[in-house]
Structures are given as C-alpha cells and as structure tokens.
Design a binder for this molecule. Structure first.
Ligand code: F6P
Length: 476
C-alpha cells in the first residue's frame, strides 16, 4: 500500500470542513463550515501532522478535486490539510441518500412508520453494495495517508464499515469510531436484515474504540452487539462516551458581533410589543428541517398553548428557524412543506392586525440564529430522538437575560441538562403545551439561575477537549 503523506492524526467524515460552489463562469467559491469537529481539530494546533478525509458532495466539490487532485488548497480550508474524495456520484447518492440517510438514520432515530416502511428488497441490496464501496474508498484513502501507528478518528453512521476495512488494510493503525447519532435499542435495530445488522456492528467493532455522545447510546450499542452477535464484545473493542459541549469562547464572541446586533433589532421589531406596550415573550427554536427534530409537533403544542391558555394570545411569538436539509429526499421536502403549512394555519387562525403568532424563517443564517438565542425567553428543543442537540447547550451560553429550556427527554443533552430544563415527552402535545406555559411563567430570577447552571454543564466538555480526549483514549 503506497503511503502518500504519512499523517499522524486522521479524521474521516462524509461532510468535510469546506464545500465549493461552481458558477457559470467556472469560478469556484469555497465556503467553510463550522461544528464540533472543525473546532475540535483546531485544538491540536497548526503543526500537528493531521489530515481530514471527506467526500465531494456536489459538482463544485468535484471540480475542486479535479483541479487539485483531491489535496485541497489550504487557503480554502483555514490551513487544515484536507483530502477530498471524488467517489462516483451515483455510488455517493446510493450510499448517502439511500443507506445512510434513509436507512441508518431512520433506524437510529426510530423514524420508520413500520406498517409501510422499511422494505428491504433488491433496491436496498443494490444501495448497500454502494455503501460498501463508499466505505471502502474511505478505508483506502486513509490507509494511503496514514503514517505507521497513526490515530484515525472515523465519524458517524456514514462510515460504519470503514474501521473494519481499514483494519484489514493497515493493522498497525489505532482506529476510533465516533457516532454522532443516537443508537437504536436492539428490538428496533433488528429491523435491519440480520446480515446487514451484523455488518454494521462488525464494521464499527473493527475499531479499537467505539465512542458515543452519551452513556445511553453506548449501552444501546453494546446491547445490539449482544443481541445480534452473541454475548461479549467479540473484538475487544473498548467503548467510550464523550459528551460534546458548546464552544463558549467562540459563541460568546460571535454572538456580540455587529451583524448579530443588527439582526436582534430586526427580530425585536418582528416580535413586537403587547397592547400595553411591553415586549412580547419569545419561544425560539432553531433546527435543520429534519424529521427527528419534531418541528410540526412543536408547532401543534404552541397552538395548543394558545387554545388552552388564551391569556398568552398577543403576548407571545413563536420564532421558528427551520433550515432546509437533505432536500434530495422526498420525505424531507414533504416535511419542510408540512412545517410551513402548519405554521401558516396557526397564523391564519390566531393572527390579529398587530400580532403574528408564528415567525418562521427557512433561510439559513447563523447570525440570526445567535440573535434569537440571545433574545429567547423560552427555547423549545423537542426532538423525537437526538444524539446530543447542541442548540440546547448553546442557548444558555449566549442568552442575554436567561432563557427557560423546554427539552425533550429523548435528546442526548437531556442526560446532562435534565435538572434545570423543563422536560417533555416529544409526542405529548398537551404536555409540551403545559411545559411551554411553565417555562413562559418562570420568574426571572429562577430563569437566570437555571440558565447559569445549564451553561456551566453545557460547556463542561468544549470541542477542543472533546477531540483531544478521544485521541488520548486511543493511546492506551
Ligand atoms: O447528527 C449527525 C450528523 O452527521 C451531524 O454531525 C450533522 O450535523 C448532521 O448529521 C448533518 O447531516 P448532513 O451532512 O446530512 O447535512
């Protein structure tokens, strides 16, 4: 196996830290992303011999790979060495949309409507072959880039098979796998055909260490191994938990830049004041428009609040940011339309000449999200299931005057934040409406104290340490 760059630390993920847009004139524009992995990796410092292996996700990315041979220009990546893989577009679509987002995501978030779905027929098997090929392309690239004994951190459900494949190519490497999603309990995980379930688990068990965001997901993984593969973790893979926290330094600085202040002004105007001139209360949510985020039930709970507690009419606004996600998949497009339909319905039912009950924004704007975090009286985070949910951790960190958190007990963040959040069963509309009332009615002093406690727990493991801890755990 030819070793090309001999990196000491490698990260592998489907989505890389940069994406490219190609315009009609052939100009490529790089757009850098954020997130835990980007800030995590920056903690190892510019001199660490690290490379990030990711996939080309669109035509712009593919053009960038064609022009650079895959080793992206560091000027586009903030100095990070990135190798982008141009995996055949159809193979990528089948692996990413077909298997990762339509099967594994649905299993781990328990999203199937089981009388109708899933159907694991020949189309699924065809897509599974693409998923194997896609995982193998990553294993080969990592094997080429890694120095003897290097540490490789493989990310998420897109790359469940890569650790075992990489182990076969390079037994000398120290391999970690990190799941950013929940892990399904055995009864649900076993919806997958037996041989596929065994491959997913066996793929991750090719790593020296399989890590998760919470103990609950780590336990579910272990239980699935016992149920599918028999007792004991066969390969001796160690299990770890690293509860990614919010990046307080970054968020606090970013949340006080002029573009955020400007958006706060605009939001305040949209929210408006009560008939007696006081600023209205805000219930804020910020999500990708993602089935697991439970946005529609959140809107229905708000409607139930207005219905059952008419005293809140005119006095509160639900500010909902639902940013488009995975729009190649029909089920996501339909969900996006449903969110818009329900929001409109609530508005046409309750709107008055001076009050719009729901302000829905669908265009992604990070500065506006931060403005909403700062303004929020209540944050609604009610996912059906969620690996962690960083919004729940970010809001308390940047909140200006304290924000009550209504939090689903099915979010990973609940394990750490339960004590000071108002807990909800995400399916219970009436219960969620009650929780919204409780949160809106919370006295200012209590709200501020709880926000402070939430912020302390939410920042216990910042991205830099989260990343370094995983590397250190691989040394053992
Ligand atoms: O939660 C898993 C995850 O991979 C996150 O890390 C990320 O925010 C999200 O899914 C992104 O999904 P996609 O790359 O499909 O937009």
């Amino acid at each position: 196996m030819a070793v090309t760059h001999a990196a000491r630390i490698l990260v592998a993920s489907n989505r890389g830290p940069v994406s490219y847009a190609l315009d009609e004139t052939g100009t490529l524009t790089a757009r850098r992303g954020g997130g835990g992995l980007v800030s995590g990796l920056s903690a190892i410092g510019p001199d660490a011999d690290a490379v990030w292996v990711c996939a080309a996700l669109n035509d712009g990315d593919r053009e960038a790979v064609r022009r650079t041979g895959g080793a992206l220009d560091p000027a586009d990546t903030g100095g990070q060495r990135v190798r982008m893989l141009d995996i055949d577009a159809q193979v990528h679509t089948d692996a990413y949309n077909g298997i990762a987002n339509s099967v594994l995501w649905f299993v781990h978030h328990m999203l199937y409507q089981t009388p109708l779905e899933p159907v694991f027929g020949t189309e699924f098997r065809r897509q599974w072959a693409a998923y194997e090929a896609y995982n193998h392309a990553f294993a080969e690239a990592l094997a080429q880039e890694a120095a003897q004994g290097a540490a490789v951190l493989v990310q998420d459900y897109h790359l469940a098979l890569t650790p075992r494949m990489l182990r076969a190519l390079r037994p000398d490497l120290r391999i970690g796998h990190f799941s950013h999603t929940p892990w399904a309990p055995p009864d649900y995980f076993r919806l997958l055909p037996d041989d596929i379930a065994a491959q997913v688990l066996g793929g991750i068990l090719g790593a020296d260490r399989a890590a998760f965001l919470t103990q609950r997901w780590a336990d579910a993984f272990t239980e699935c191994c016992h149920a599918v593969l028999g007792p004991g973790i066969p390969s001796g893979t160690r299990i770890g938990v690293h509860g990614l926290g919010a990046d307080a330094d970054f968020l606090r600085k970013r949340a006080h830049q002029p573009d955020v202040d400007e958006r706060m002004g605009a939001l305040r105007e949209q929210v408006g004041t009560t008939p007696d001139g006081r600023p209205r209360k805000t219930i804020v949510r910020v999500d990708r428009t993602e089935l697991s985020k439970n946005i529609v039930r959140g809107l229905l709970a708000y409607e139930e609040l207005l219905e059952s507690r008419p005293e809140w009419r005119e006095r509160v606004v639900h500010v909902a940011f639902a940013y488009p996600s995975r729009q190649d998949l029909a089920v996501y497009r339909e969900y996006t339309a449903e969110v818009q339909r329900v929001a409109q319905e609530i508005n046409s039912r309750y709107m008055t000449p001076s009050w719009t009950p729901v302000v829905l924004h669908v265009k992604d704007d990070f500065a506006r999200s931060l403005a909403a975090y700062r303004l929020a009286d209540v944050a609604l985070v009610n996912p059906i299931r969620d690996g962690m949910n960083l919004v729940a951790k970010e809001v308390p960190v940047v909140s200006d005057e304290g924000c009550a958190l209504v939090l689903s007990r099915e979010a990973g963040a609940y394990e750490e934040l339960a004590g000071d959040a108002v807990a909800v069963n995400p399916y219970d509309i009436v219960g969620t409406a009650r929780a919204l009332h409780e949160a809106l009615s919370m006295p200012a002093g209590e709200r501020a104290a709880r926000t402070e406690a939430l912020a302390a727990r939410a920042t216990a493991l910042p991205p830099g340490r989260w990343f370094l801890d995983q590397l250190a755990a691989l040394e053992v």
